[in-house]
Design a protein around this ligand. Structure first.
Ligand code: NAG
Ligand code: NAG
Ligand code: NAG
Ligand code: NAG
Ligand code: NAG
Ligand code: NAG
Length: 466
């Protein structure tokens, strides 16, 4: 009896312990402000499953909309001929960069329309520039007096309007880009002159802004940038990230990138972005993101963009497929005009990606890299797999339409293997194994009007053995 009782006590105590741990555990993991600790945080699943996001560069730089979003620096920092000449030719002497702000009117900005466009584009998240290196905040920051979108220019809270339009109308996750440093901020320049032994800029600007952004808008992504000036001790990045992961209102869902100080990119943080337009072409085990722009020369809108500077839909789909098959997410950038209009060429590109994803989304969203990323025999064939079904389904993304038979060297078929073209109403494709290893697929002549899509085609292969 006594023994039985004590067993029961132990059992009760044990189950209480287990229960307590279960209930409390996800909230008692406290991260320390060190990379050893912060880097152990698992990336919330939603980010890897999302695969495709839209980046939006908007700010005072959208007013000159010339050269790039680095216009202020090109003009008065690097004193590049093109920018200097443009200002001499078109603006009166004494015109300052700050004078552009009143011309940032956003008069046609309709956040609901943007949200609908991003939804049609098939994006699962967006990253909106809250503040670029010029220091102008697209929200009424308490820490950016007279250099924010409510005090001057649009006279509106651009971040707030977009956040609520996205949340009211779509399932898209809302993320924010934020730049650590500012080219011409006197506090920053003084810290820099002090060899970063003082932190007046970080204490007065960078950190208060980041806390304010998170507490006010609850972004699911903080996409930090400008890490090249000083290390993360100067920026106090690790303290901020520890707060973000432990105590912030978005601690369970937020993801971050890797640009938090000198030397961190590609080594520390959440997903890796490494360099702009990073897309190595091979599997990278750590989750990463290809942040790239549809205008190959700029992230901000340029009025003088030539059609040759705009990536074609074939190039964009190639970026999407190669990125996803090698464990990346694609973050595709467009720069709206200062009037708040995303110009039709960029709308079209976004809608084209959306129309492709509408057909082929099952091979992208929630997929994961397969054993092989590209084919071993035929060039231009990239793989993903969807692990929601068992045995796994393999997707072969064809960047070209094969003229006759298609030989795939990587998949090992079983007798049960079927090959179908996603979105095609006709029958499954015949295949044989007269080449080893792999399989040879007989590609039928499909009438153009029966084609499921126009730019890349996805074959679904079931019951593959490897
Ligand atoms: C914004 O666009 C939506 C959708 O087209 C429309 O219903 C709404 O009236 C527009 N808002 C304004 C202020 O124009
Ligand atoms: C979003 O919904 C809230 C609550 O209904 C409303 O107050 C707000 O105006 C909406 N904002 C947009 C941009 O749709
Ligand atoms: C600045 O600081 C770095 C490291 O803290 C040091 O190596 C360097 O000598 C310093 N430079 C000057 C000009 O004080
Ligand atoms: C597959 O990708 C690898 C790595 O980029 C490359 O070396 C190889 O040539 C590619 N294979 C084919 C058949 O294109
Ligand atoms: C699918 O893959 C993800 C990422 O690799 C993994 O976390 C998850 O457990 C897998 N799900 C199934 C059903 O295999
Ligand atoms: C295509 O493959 C089928 C089945 O393996 C084979 O019978 C046929 O000869 C091939 N055709 C060409 C043009 O290679």
């Amino acid at each position: 009896m006594a023994i039985a009782w004590s067993f029961r006590d132990v059992t009760i105590q044990l189950s209480c312990l287990v229960l307590t741990c279960l209930v409390v555990s996800c909230h008692t993991v406290r991260y320390q402000p060190t990379w050893e600790s912060l880097d152990t945080r698992p990336l919330p699943d939603w980010y890897d499953e999302a695969k495709f996001g839209i980046f939006i560069h908007w700010g005072v730089f959208s007013v000159p909309s010339y050269v790039s979003e680095w216009f202020w620096w090109d003009w008065q920092g690097a004193r590049e001929k093109k920018a200097v000449h443009f200002m001499q030719e078109n603006y009166p002497p004494g015109f300052t960069y700050a004078d552009f702000a009143s011309q940032f009117k956003a008069e046609f900005f309709n956040a609901t329309q943007w949200a609908q466009l991003f939804h049609e584009a098939g994006a699962r998240y967006i990253v909106f520039v809250s503040k670029h290196v010029e220091g102008f905040t697209n929200w009424p920051s308490k820490y950016s007096w007279n250099w924010n979108s409510l005090d001057v220019g649009p006279k509106r809270d651009l971040v707030g309007e977009l956040a609520s339009a996205i949340r009211n109308n779509t399932d898209i996750r809302f993320g924010l880009y934020h730049c650590l440093y500012e080219w011409f901020n006197p506090l920053f320049l003084q810290d820099k002159a002090n060899n970063f032994t003082t932190q007046n800029f970080v204490n007065a600007k960078t950190m208060p802004e980041l806390y304010e952004l998170v507490n006010t808008y609850r972004p699911d992504i903080i996409w930090s940038d400008g890490p090249t000036e000083a290390d993360d001790l100067y920026w106090k990045s690790k303290d901020f990230i520890a707060w973000l992961y432990n105590d912030s209102p978005v601690r369970d869902t937020v993801v971050i990138n890797d640009r938090w100080g000198l030397g961190d990119a590609c080594y520390h943080g959440g997903f890796y972005t490494c360099t702009d337009r990073y897309n190595p072409g091979y599997l990278v085990e750590h989750k990463w993101e290809n942040a790239m722009s549809v205008d190959r020369k700029s992230w901000g809108y340029r009025r003088d963009t030539n059609i040759n500077d705009v990536l074609t839909i074939e190039q964009l789909i190639t970026q999407l497929i190669t990125t996803v098959s090698t464990n990346g997410n694609l973050l595709m950038n467009v720069g709206p005009g200062s009037d708040g209009v995303i110009k039709p060429i960029y709308q079209e590109r976004l809608l084209q990606v959306g129309s492709w994803l509408k057909v082929n989304g099952e091979a992208i969203y929630g997929s994961r890299p397969w054993t092989y990323q590209n084919d071993t025999i035929t060039e231009g064939v990239w793989y993903t797999q969807n692990n929601k079904t068992q045995p796994a389904v393999i997707y072969a993304h064809l960047l070209f339409w094969p003229r006759t038979n298609l030989t795939l060297g990587a998949p090992v078929p079983s007798v049960k293997t079927t090959v179908t073209l996603i979105g095609y109403a006709g029958s499954a494709f015949q295949w044989s194994t007269h080449t080893t290893p792999g399989l040879q697929i007989v590609v039928p002549n499909i009438h153009m009007s029966d084609m499921p899509c126009q730019w890349a085609w996805v074959l679904k292969l079931t019951d593959i053995l490897n």
